[in-house]
Design a protein around this ligand. Sequence first.
Ligand code: 3PG
Ligand code: MG
Length: 395
Amino acid sequence: MGDISAAGPMAGLPLLEDLPDVGGRSVLVRVDFNVPLSERPDGTLQVDDDFRIRAALPTLNWLAERGARITAATHLGRPKGKADPRYDVAPVRERLDELAPGIELAQNLRFDPGEEADDRTFVDRLVDGFDAYVNDAFGSSHRAHASIVGPPARLPSAAGRLLQREVEVLGGLLTHPARPFVAIVGGLKVADKIGVLQSLLDRVDRLLVGGAMAYTFLAAGGRQVGASPVDQAALEHCAALIARAGDRLVLPVDTVALAREGSFGRGEQGSGRLAAYSGDIPAGWEGGDIGPETVRRFLDVITGAATVFWNGPLGVFEDPRFASGSDAVAEALASSNAFSVVGGGDSAAALSRLGLSDKMGFVSTGGGASLELLEKGDLPGLDALRHAPNAPGRI
Ligand code: 3PG
Ligand code: MG
């Protein structure tokens, strides 16, 4: 990928205004409508959360107002290159039609193996008959897939309004965050997040780590973590990060744990005994949430922050017994004056369950994409747009 100047990832991106007149023209819009679905009593599927669909409406409306013929295209789930009725876009089409009537939605891009393989002939078929391309799929722009990186080499192209806003906000965290700048990272997969943690550590004033991934850090720091998950392969990276971070890294000091014979609930309380432990977690107990002293320390740091980035829940928040940490952080962000940026489906879901989404500075539609943009400063989808024939600096 190209150099990222001090101007950040917005530099050189063609925007909607950089497209030739779209009136009467056919425009292909790559959206990320990879949304959660649920089953109705009659067995049909429906969209459970339309946040990503609503987020694309400014772009779709902008094009529609100018008389464009719009075809939107998305992936849905991971059907692995084959048509699969479980991942048919029909329920998404139904919701889109309610929100923006008259916009066509193509079938799931990942029904064709050419999408994930970034196959040239698949790109040829994709762009056939279109006059322009818009990428508004921020949540997918870290994937070098055909529909993301292919069309800008063939058609006049632009970043849609959602993609633009995401890159402005997240790029702003890279280039000129108001300080103190605090990042809060949770979730399960520590191995996936080592890169972004390393990069955040160089940029933030404080890095707070919670969620299941914290147990690997605690183990790397010599703590006993009982039956909590530890990623053995990531221990060394975590130890190195702890050594480099000094007091910029804030790890949990206490834990709400579940006795081994118990189970975590999903959307409801699970079973088993709970106990709060400071420091070590005894054998037979599995950590499920940050404890009250950790919550106090996290809130202290948040209270003094000017910018906060939050990705990943701080406990097994689907089980209300382990939601206190995530809830407390969400409420602290909602009442603080800091500019809060939240990324990732789980953190966004925690906010919307609490009715606090509107109280954030910005809720990203991307999980992996927001982390990769913060880690690397660029995404394959943005780089492709900068090389479009109509990109500023090329015309
Ligand atoms: C997401 O939901 O994370 C994006 O739509 C990307 O989907 P993927 O992780 O299956 O590539
Ligand atoms: Mg993902």
